[in-house]
Design a protein around this ligand. Structure first.
Ligand SMILES: Cc1cc2nc3c(=O)[nH]c(=O)nc-3n(C[C@H](O)[C@H](O)[C@H](O)COP(=O)(O)O)c2cc1C
Length: 199
Protein backbone atom coordinates (compact mmCIF):
# COMPACT_ATOMS: atom_id res chain seq x y z
CA UNK A 1 0.00 0.00 0.00
CA UNK A 2 1.27 3.44 -0.86
CA UNK A 3 0.95 5.75 2.09
CA UNK A 4 0.79 9.42 1.24
CA UNK A 5 2.46 11.67 3.76
CA UNK A 6 -0.09 14.37 4.27
CA UNK A 7 -1.30 16.45 7.15
CA UNK A 8 0.40 19.13 9.17
CA UNK A 9 2.55 18.65 12.25
CA UNK A 10 2.73 21.94 14.16
CA UNK A 11 4.69 20.17 16.90
CA UNK A 12 7.44 19.28 14.41
CA UNK A 13 7.55 22.83 13.11
CA UNK A 14 7.78 24.13 16.65
CA UNK A 15 10.65 21.75 17.42
CA UNK A 16 12.50 22.87 14.29
CA UNK A 17 12.08 26.52 15.31
CA UNK A 18 13.35 25.86 18.84
CA UNK A 19 16.06 23.23 18.29
CA UNK A 20 19.63 24.19 18.99
CA UNK A 21 22.76 22.28 19.78
CA UNK A 22 23.71 21.15 23.25
CA UNK A 23 27.45 21.70 23.58
CA UNK A 24 29.42 18.48 24.08
CA UNK A 25 31.15 20.39 26.90
CA UNK A 26 27.86 20.54 28.79
CA UNK A 27 26.47 17.09 28.15
CA UNK A 28 25.92 14.23 30.55
CA UNK A 29 23.88 11.10 31.19
CA UNK A 30 21.49 9.77 30.23
CA UNK A 31 21.91 9.14 26.57
CA UNK A 32 19.41 7.28 24.42
CA UNK A 33 18.93 3.62 25.27
CA UNK A 34 19.17 0.98 22.55
CA UNK A 35 15.52 1.39 21.50
CA UNK A 36 15.66 5.19 21.42
CA UNK A 37 18.91 5.14 19.48
CA UNK A 38 17.37 2.77 16.96
CA UNK A 39 14.47 5.16 16.45
CA UNK A 40 16.86 8.08 15.94
CA UNK A 41 18.94 6.15 13.38
CA UNK A 42 15.81 4.84 11.67
CA UNK A 43 14.63 8.42 11.19
CA UNK A 44 18.05 9.54 9.95
CA UNK A 45 18.26 6.73 7.41
CA UNK A 46 15.18 8.12 5.61
CA UNK A 47 16.88 11.21 4.20
CA UNK A 48 16.65 12.03 0.50
CA UNK A 49 19.32 10.24 -1.48
CA UNK A 50 19.63 10.59 -5.25
CA UNK A 51 19.87 7.16 -6.85
CA UNK A 52 18.85 5.14 -3.76
CA UNK A 53 22.50 4.53 -3.05
CA UNK A 54 22.38 4.91 0.74
CA UNK A 55 25.76 6.64 0.54
CA UNK A 56 26.30 6.71 4.28
CA UNK A 57 26.52 4.44 7.30
CA UNK A 58 26.64 4.75 11.08
CA UNK A 59 29.29 3.78 13.58
CA UNK A 60 28.04 4.05 17.16
CA UNK A 61 30.60 4.74 19.87
CA UNK A 62 29.41 4.20 23.42
CA UNK A 63 30.49 2.62 26.71
CA UNK A 64 34.12 1.49 26.92
CA UNK A 65 34.64 2.08 23.20
CA UNK A 66 34.74 5.83 23.92
CA UNK A 67 37.87 5.45 26.06
CA UNK A 68 39.44 3.08 23.53
CA UNK A 69 38.92 5.66 20.81
CA UNK A 70 40.45 8.22 23.17
CA UNK A 71 43.62 6.11 23.25
CA UNK A 72 43.68 6.17 19.45
CA UNK A 73 43.35 9.97 19.52
CA UNK A 74 46.20 10.23 22.00
CA UNK A 75 48.37 8.03 19.77
CA UNK A 76 47.54 10.15 16.72
CA UNK A 77 48.32 13.32 18.67
CA UNK A 78 51.71 12.01 19.76
CA UNK A 79 52.56 10.84 16.24
CA UNK A 80 51.90 14.38 14.95
CA UNK A 81 53.45 16.29 17.89
CA UNK A 82 56.17 14.25 19.60
CA UNK A 83 56.69 16.63 22.55
CA UNK A 84 53.05 17.20 23.43
CA UNK A 85 52.28 17.67 27.14
CA UNK A 86 50.28 15.46 29.50
CA UNK A 87 47.27 17.78 29.76
CA UNK A 88 46.67 17.72 26.00
CA UNK A 89 47.09 13.95 25.96
CA UNK A 90 44.54 13.65 28.75
CA UNK A 91 42.13 15.90 26.88
CA UNK A 92 42.30 13.64 23.83
CA UNK A 93 41.91 10.49 25.93
CA UNK A 94 38.72 12.00 27.35
CA UNK A 95 37.35 13.62 24.19
CA UNK A 96 34.74 10.94 23.49
CA UNK A 97 33.77 10.64 27.15
CA UNK A 98 31.97 13.98 26.85
CA UNK A 99 28.70 12.25 25.91
CA UNK A 100 27.13 8.86 26.59
CA UNK A 101 26.58 8.10 22.91
CA UNK A 102 28.37 9.30 19.81
CA UNK A 103 26.96 8.50 16.38
CA UNK A 104 29.61 8.70 13.71
CA UNK A 105 28.01 9.44 10.36
CA UNK A 106 30.22 8.12 7.59
CA UNK A 107 29.71 9.43 4.08
CA UNK A 108 30.41 6.51 1.72
CA UNK A 109 30.89 7.45 -1.92
CA UNK A 110 29.15 4.94 -4.18
CA UNK A 111 30.27 4.46 -7.75
CA UNK A 112 27.73 2.05 -9.25
CA UNK A 113 25.59 4.91 -10.58
CA UNK A 114 26.66 8.28 -12.00
CA UNK A 115 25.39 10.33 -9.08
CA UNK A 116 27.68 13.32 -8.43
CA UNK A 117 29.88 13.07 -5.35
CA UNK A 118 28.54 16.47 -4.22
CA UNK A 119 25.02 15.07 -4.00
CA UNK A 120 26.13 11.98 -2.11
CA UNK A 121 28.03 14.10 0.42
CA UNK A 122 25.01 16.42 0.80
CA UNK A 123 22.87 13.40 1.59
CA UNK A 124 25.28 12.50 4.41
CA UNK A 125 24.90 16.05 5.74
CA UNK A 126 21.15 15.54 5.72
CA UNK A 127 21.67 12.37 7.78
CA UNK A 128 23.63 14.35 10.38
CA UNK A 129 20.98 17.04 10.65
CA UNK A 130 18.24 14.43 10.96
CA UNK A 131 20.13 12.73 13.80
CA UNK A 132 20.15 16.12 15.58
CA UNK A 133 16.44 16.67 15.01
CA UNK A 134 15.43 13.12 15.90
CA UNK A 135 17.57 13.24 19.06
CA UNK A 136 15.83 16.48 20.05
CA UNK A 137 12.42 14.95 19.34
CA UNK A 138 13.37 12.00 21.55
CA UNK A 139 14.23 14.42 24.38
CA UNK A 140 18.03 14.51 24.11
CA UNK A 141 20.62 17.16 23.43
CA UNK A 142 22.98 16.64 20.51
CA UNK A 143 26.02 18.29 18.97
CA UNK A 144 27.39 17.80 15.43
CA UNK A 145 31.17 17.98 15.60
CA UNK A 146 34.04 17.03 13.36
CA UNK A 147 37.11 18.45 15.14
CA UNK A 148 40.59 17.39 14.02
CA UNK A 149 39.92 13.71 14.56
CA UNK A 150 37.40 13.45 11.72
CA UNK A 151 40.20 14.30 9.29
CA UNK A 152 43.09 12.36 10.82
CA UNK A 153 44.14 9.35 8.75
CA UNK A 154 45.28 7.27 11.72
CA UNK A 155 41.91 7.81 13.41
CA UNK A 156 39.84 7.11 10.29
CA UNK A 157 41.87 3.96 9.63
CA UNK A 158 41.25 2.65 13.17
CA UNK A 159 37.55 3.40 12.69
CA UNK A 160 37.62 1.22 9.58
CA UNK A 161 36.87 3.82 6.93
CA UNK A 162 37.39 2.57 3.38
CA UNK A 163 38.47 4.38 0.22
CA UNK A 164 35.89 7.04 -0.68
CA UNK A 165 34.62 7.31 2.88
CA UNK A 166 34.73 10.46 5.00
CA UNK A 167 33.43 11.31 8.42
CA UNK A 168 30.50 13.68 7.98
CA UNK A 169 30.21 14.16 11.70
CA UNK A 170 30.51 12.80 15.18
CA UNK A 171 27.08 13.47 16.66
CA UNK A 172 27.34 13.60 20.43
CA UNK A 173 24.03 12.69 22.10
CA UNK A 174 23.19 13.02 25.78
CA UNK A 175 21.43 15.24 28.26
CA UNK A 176 22.35 18.88 28.65
CA UNK A 177 23.80 19.91 32.01
CA UNK A 178 23.55 23.68 31.54
CA UNK A 179 21.03 26.06 29.99
CA UNK A 180 21.34 26.28 26.23
CA UNK A 181 22.78 29.51 24.91
CA UNK A 182 21.26 30.93 21.76
CA UNK A 183 23.67 31.94 19.03
CA UNK A 184 23.19 34.57 16.34
CA UNK A 185 20.76 33.45 13.68
CA UNK A 186 20.52 34.88 10.20
CA UNK A 187 18.05 37.66 9.51
CA UNK A 188 15.75 35.85 7.16
CA UNK A 189 15.06 38.86 4.96
CA UNK A 190 18.81 39.18 4.29
CA UNK A 191 19.12 35.67 2.92
CA UNK A 192 15.80 35.23 1.14
CA UNK A 193 15.09 36.70 -2.26
CA UNK A 194 12.48 35.83 -4.82
CA UNK A 195 13.75 35.36 -8.33
CA UNK A 196 11.29 36.98 -10.70
CA UNK A 197 13.07 36.52 -13.99
CA UNK A 198 13.32 40.26 -14.59
CA UNK A 199 17.14 40.54 -14.53
C1 LIG B 1 29.89 19.80 9.43
C2 LIG B 1 29.94 20.50 10.75
C3 LIG B 1 31.03 20.32 11.56
C4 LIG B 1 31.15 20.99 12.76
N1 LIG B 1 32.25 20.81 13.52
C5 LIG B 1 32.42 21.53 14.64
C6 LIG B 1 33.60 21.39 15.40
O1 LIG B 1 34.48 20.63 15.05
N2 LIG B 1 33.73 22.15 16.51
C7 LIG B 1 32.75 23.04 16.90
O2 LIG B 1 32.91 23.72 17.91
N3 LIG B 1 31.60 23.16 16.21
C8 LIG B 1 31.41 22.44 15.09
N4 LIG B 1 30.26 22.56 14.37
C9 LIG B 1 29.24 23.49 14.83
C10 LIG B 1 28.41 22.88 15.95
O3 LIG B 1 27.60 21.85 15.47
C11 LIG B 1 27.64 23.99 16.59
O4 LIG B 1 27.51 23.69 17.91
C12 LIG B 1 26.33 24.24 15.94
O5 LIG B 1 26.51 24.75 14.66
C13 LIG B 1 25.45 25.16 16.74
O6 LIG B 1 24.33 25.42 15.99
P1 LIG B 1 22.83 25.03 16.38
O7 LIG B 1 22.60 25.48 17.78
O8 LIG B 1 22.06 25.73 15.37
O9 LIG B 1 22.66 23.54 16.24
C14 LIG B 1 30.11 21.86 13.18
C15 LIG B 1 28.97 22.02 12.38
C16 LIG B 1 28.88 21.34 11.18
C17 LIG B 1 27.66 21.54 10.33
Amino acid sequence: MIELFQGSSPETLDLLHRRRSTSAKAMGEPGPDAGQLRQILQAASRVPDHGKLFPWRFLVIEGDARAKLGEVLEEALVVRNAGVGESLKRFERNRFLRAPVIVTVISSLKTEKPIPEWEQRLSAGAVCQTVLVAAAAAGFGANWLTEWCAYDELVTEKLGLAEGEKIAGFIYIGTGTAPLEERPRPVLDEIVEHWTGSN
